[in-house]
Design a protein around this ligand. Structure first.
Ligand code: HEC
Length: 158
């Protein structure tokens, strides 16, 4: 009888074991990354190709520099910046992050707990973290191409 009950327990648990436990947050994260525009900068060539970057490269960062009075910044490899953090660390980071242009950090700050959790699960589902994006360059340092350059009117230039 006990054996029978144990077998029954295992059988009823099987469907739960078959489905990955975090499937729903992963799907939600996939949707968010797309509609919130995160891929536009953080997946190489995404905006330039009209969103045709292969999924194997999603969130691996980009070598396209953004230059302006802040220096030159590069869209980070999010598989590292999000995926290698613990979930509590990621949420604390996202709430407080103040980053350089053109990163819309205020969008990150405004995400709900559920959205931040979904992005974390999604990012971790993407595959190996890979290499970091190039390090930012200080103001005035010449950035190699490809680079977006913000040119301000003379009066606004310090
Ligand atoms: C217009 C381009 C752009 C878009 C859109 C964008 N980012 Fe960024 N992001 C950047 C750049 C550039 C940096 C590096 C900023 C710096 O060095 O200060 C960055 C940095 C970050 C960082 C910090 C990474 C680190 O190394 O600590 C996180 C996290 C991040 N972005 C997440 C997101 C998410 C999530 C979205 C979508 C909601 C998004 N970004 C949309 C350009 C962008």
């Amino acid at each position: 009888m006990i054996r029978f009950l144990l077998a029954l327990l295992v059988l009823t648990a099987l469907p739960a074991l078959a489905a990955p436990p975090d499937a729903a947050p992963v799907e939600r994260g996939r949707y968010l990354a797309r509609v919130a525009g995160c891929h536009d900068c953080h997946s190489p060539g995404f905006a330039a190709s009209g969103g045709k970057t292969p999924p194997e490269q999603w969130f691996t960062g980009d070598r396209l520099g953004f230059s302006g009075p802040w220096g030159t910044t590069y869209p980070s490899n999010l598989r590292r910046a999000i995926g290698l953090k613990t979930l509590p660390d990621w949420k604390a980071y996202a709430r407080a992050a103040v980053l350089r242009p053109p990163m819309p950090y205020w969008a990150l700050n405004a995400m709900t707990d559920a959205d931040l959790e979904a992005l974390w699960h999604y990012t971790r589902s993407l595959g190996p973290a890979g290499e970091p994006a190039p390090a930012a360059l200080p103001p005035g340092a010449e950035a190699p191409p490809p680079v977006f350059r913000l040119v301000l009117p003379a009066a606004a230039t310090p």
